[in-house]
Ligand binder design. Sequence first.
Ligand SMILES: Cc1cc2nc3c(=O)[nH]c(=O)nc-3n(C[C@H](O)[C@H](O)[C@H](O)COP(=O)(O)O)c2cc1C
Length: 338
Amino acid sequence: MDHDEAVRETWRRPPAGAGGEHERLRSLVHHATLAPSSHDIQCWRFRLDGRTISILPDLSRRCPAVDPDDHHLYASLGCAAENLAQAARADGWEPVVRFEDRPPPGRVRVDLTPAPARASDLFDAILRRQSTRTEYDGTPLGPEELELLRSAGTGNGVRTVLLTGGRAKETVVDHVTQGNTAQLRDRAFVRELKQWIRFDDAEAVRTRDGLSGRATGNSSASRWIAGPLFRLLSRTGPANEAYARRIRSASAVAVLVSATDDPEHWVEAGRCYERLALQATALGVRHAFVNQPVEDAARRRRFAWALDLDGRPDLVICLGRGPEMPRSLRRPVDDVLR
Ligand SMILES: Cc1cc2nc3c(=O)[nH]c(=O)nc-3n(C[C@H](O)[C@H](O)[C@H](O)COP(=O)(O)O)c2cc1C
């Protein structure tokens, strides 16, 4: 299978309501796997038990250098849970989603009961959502768009703060570039990141996870030039300049903030991010994460203080209009069902 076929297979929609109940539940899992995860690690396993779908963390896919407390890992489970809930409503189920912290390491449990099917703009956007790491066109978002985004990104103990002013965006530029510089000087961070980079198409198609050169805005290259290319890309100066251009050209920067700092709220922050991202996609607005200010505890506190944020800043996202980028890949449903 070549890269284009793998992309088509990943981002397809199984026919709605087709097949028996088991096929329908597998289709919900397929939609859940289209959610984003940090470095596209796809840190999830799914278990079907009657009309309950459990989303369990796959700890073999942890990234302790960038995500020492597993915040991003649980947030990624929340993203998958939100896609699952949106797809369930469209397929004629009422989903009840909750986080169970026992037995450790916890899981997200989704109980389904039959209900009238309700399609929605957010469901339609699942197949079009992508992380778009590019410069944006800088056009402002209208008050209605901002309100739709804020309300999509609000949940139980999680809120979205939208920054549109030049000064606030400069604060984000400072914290992203400081964080990026520190991360690229950290050997453990760079080693871990390199493990998840898929420079060449064949490798991306074989693993169907990780950060492909294409999706991150770089060409597909073979492994023999991957090392030098990686060193070039990870030079702090050009990388920081690209981040600054992305943030300054964004229509807004969204910061998701949890009132309580625990896995239950990290899952909730992931759900809120996913709704925000789907709402943005439905509005024709693209987005990309710039999480460097929140990935280290001390830097995160300084970031919260600089922006006067009360709570844990979970995720930082640029929003803006811009071109579509190449798509990421996902492992097939059979690989994540246990
Ligand atoms: C919790 C979380 C943290 C992420 N952090 C970053 C980040 O700091 N920088 C970035 O470029 N992408 C980040 N991503 C985006 C993933 O790399 C991306 O979702 C993945 O590669 C799949 O691509 P897609 O979103 O286009 O489907 C993050 C995603 C999640 C869910």
